[in-house]
Design a protein around this ligand. Structure first.
Ligand code: FES
Length: 582
């Protein structure tokens, strides 16, 4: 008897297929007859129409370079679904290409999540495979799928491969910023920066470093929402297609089971994901996104708990922007399972994953080889404590985030004079002015770039070093704002100050020349201005601009929450924050 013959027969997949969620004409038999009739116009045989269905929720778009190879991934998922005996049907949703959206992709993440949730629920499918990649797409897909709560498998497009500029290895987008800073400092020419521009992103896939997309892929894997090892495999590798095929098969096996997001994404698995986020030196944006995903299932992430986890989770992975490697190096080094194996004593090993095994079983089954240049042992970490830390104080009563792994620790305990920019426009008008009164010892403060601002929390928290300081060789300066920062950026940057200035937080009251005291060891961020003066400034604030009167911007203005709430719309969280029907 061959090995093949010994295997138990594959069970016939079960599911309602096209009979699920009928369009209401007042006669269910007519509804299925009509639905099948229209489906037949797509060339399906009657046999196919009787099969259970895996929906393939994808975000391909000509406006999203990171999703360039999505058609091939969709085909591979379909292959897996068909091989397992079900019918694959793909459908598009909104796609968010990070650099193609104004004012910023965050503004549309919740809208995309609503599209994902409603289309999963409204269309007939027994399980769904999500295919995302670029920064906001995976969070939006997981948020929507968590709310729809049917069996779900996440697939990502995978990271770009690096290219070369002269003898240097290049990858979007930490190197984008590094070269741009060099150009701003007058150290390379227009012709050179043009050549670099053409080399930074030279394959399909998501940014090549541990930016937000790679962090969210790692988090999806750590949560258990994708197969082991699936996060880091490069976009151009044939394994990426094999993962998509396997995910299609997996989705079929989940049909009719209770393996839904609500079973996989739990308080414990969210804590595992936070540990992984800290150990990989991941993006600050991931705190917002993971909070939003967890919030869809009623799980709250407490920033004080984040600090406790950060103090006990070392940075183990040596990738840019905090370290030196690229995602392709992590894939070759053993991927996320190799990181989780190091974290084993700190993880909840009994969390169940979408493939049916526990996190502990996944770790034990993973190939034992690991490249120690990329994934350090728990006892010899890259940094003794986690990459992110939350700060609190009168400037940020609800918290602010510092990516200490990518910051200059010489600036962690400091008091400095504020150089204030009232808005992004003010910043771009004055940051390079030769007469800007600024020294390397000052603190740059940017207002009106938080979630409630018109700019909707862009990745502008990485304020450029004023040109005259950059030209003098200054490489870092403390910066504070209510904005976000790209996961590919680095520097001493305090972000997500909450409440933000547009909603009247203390940040709105900071004036030029005020002093701020920062203590990372005490987790504190204090504006050294007395309460009476602050009250007087508050009384003089101009009235807030009127909210939008229609469309998605109206929803945003009415229901957007602050960073510590994940910037989700309040009515989309599990517990609901709206009165009335939602
Ligand atoms: Fe899409 Fe960086 S621009 S992941």
């Amino acid at each position: 008897m061959s090995e093949q013959d010994k295997k138990p027969p594959t069970p016939t997949p079960t599911g309602l297929g096209f009979r699920r969620g009928l369009t209401n004409y007042g006669d269910p038999k007519f509804s299925i007859y009509l639905r099948r009739s229209f489906a037949r116009s797509m060339g399906y045989s009657r046999e196919m129409l009787d099969k259970p269905i895996v929906g393939i929720c994808h975000s391909a778009s000509g406006y999203n370079n990171c999703h360039r190879d999505m058609p091939a991934l969709i085909d591979a998922v379909k292959r897996g679904v068909l091989a397992a005996g079900a019918l694959p049907i793909d459908f598009p949703t909104i796609s968010l290409g990070e650099t193609f959206l104004t004012p910023t992709s965050l503004k549309y993440r919740n809208l995309m999540s609503m599209d994902v949730e409603e289309m999963i629920r409204a269309q007939p499918m027994d399980a769904v495979v999500l295919i995302g990649g670029c920064d906001k797409t995976v969070p939006a897909q997981l948020m929507g799928a968590a709310s729809a709560d049917i069996p779900t498998v996440q697939v990502v497009t995978g990271p770009m491969s690096t290219s070369r500029y002269k003898s240097e290895r290049l990858g979007a987008c930490t190197d984008c910023r590094r070269f741009w800073a060099t150009y701003r400092a007058g150290k390379i020419t227009d012709a050179e920066i043009d050549q670099v521009e053409g080399r930074l992103a030279s394959t399909t896939g998501t940014c090549a470093v541990m930016g937000t997309a790679s962090t969210m892929a790692s988090i999806a894997e750590a949560l258990g929402m994708m197969p082991a090892g699936a996060a880091a495999v490069p976009a151009v590798d044939a394994d990426r297609l094999r993962i998509a095929e396997a995910s299609g098969k997996l989705a079929v096996s989940l049909m009719g089971s209770d393996m839904r997001p609500s079973k996989i994404i739990t308080e414990k698995s969210v804590e595992n994901a936070l540990r992984v986020l800290l150990a990989i030196g991941g993006s600050t944006n991931a705190i917002i996104h993971l909070t939003a995903i967890a919030g869809r299932l009623g799980i709250k992430i407490d920033l004080k708990r984040l600090n406790a986890l950060s103090d006990t989770t070392p940075v183990l992975v040596d990738l840019k922007p905090s370290g030196s490697g690229y995602m392709e190096d992590l894939a070759a080094a053993g991927g996320v399972p190799a990181v989780m194996r190091e974290l084993k004593p700190l993880l909840h090993l009994d969390c169940i994953t979408i493939t049916g095994e526990t996190i502990g079983e996944r770790i034990d089954a993973w190939e034992p080889w690991v490249d120690r240049n990329v994934v350090r042992p728990l006892k010899e970490p890259l940094q003794a404590v986690g990459g992110l830390v939350a700060l609190f104080g009168n400037l940020a009563p609800n918290g602010a985030i510092l990516k200490r792994a990518a910051a200059d620790s010489a600036l962690f305990e400091k008091e400095g004079r504020c150089v204030v920019f009232e808005s992004l426009e003010d910043l771009s008008n004055r940051i390079d002015a030769p007469d800007l009164d600024v020294t390397a010892d000052d603190i740059l403060v940017l207002k009106n770039a938080g979630p409630m601002s018109e700019a909707c929390m862009p990745e502008a928290g990485y304020l450029p070093i004023p040109k005259k300081l950059a030209a003098a060789g200054v490489k870092d300066i403390m910066r504070i704002s209510d904005a976000r920062m790209s996961g590919t950026a680095f520097g001493s940057v305090i972000l997500h100050v909450s409440p933000d200035s547009a909603s009247g937080g203390t940040l709105a009251l900071v004036e030029n020349g005020d002093r701020i005291r920062l203590s990372v060891s005490k987790r504190s961020l204090e504006l050294l201005v007395d309460e009476k003066t602050l009250a007087a400034r508050r009384a003089k604030r101009p009235p807030a601009p009127p909210p939008a009167v229609r469309g998605h911007s109206w929803l945003h203005d009415q229901f957007m929450t602050q960073a510590e709430e994940g910037c989700d719309f309040s009515f989309l969280k599990k517990e609901g924050a709206c009165s009335g029907k939602v």
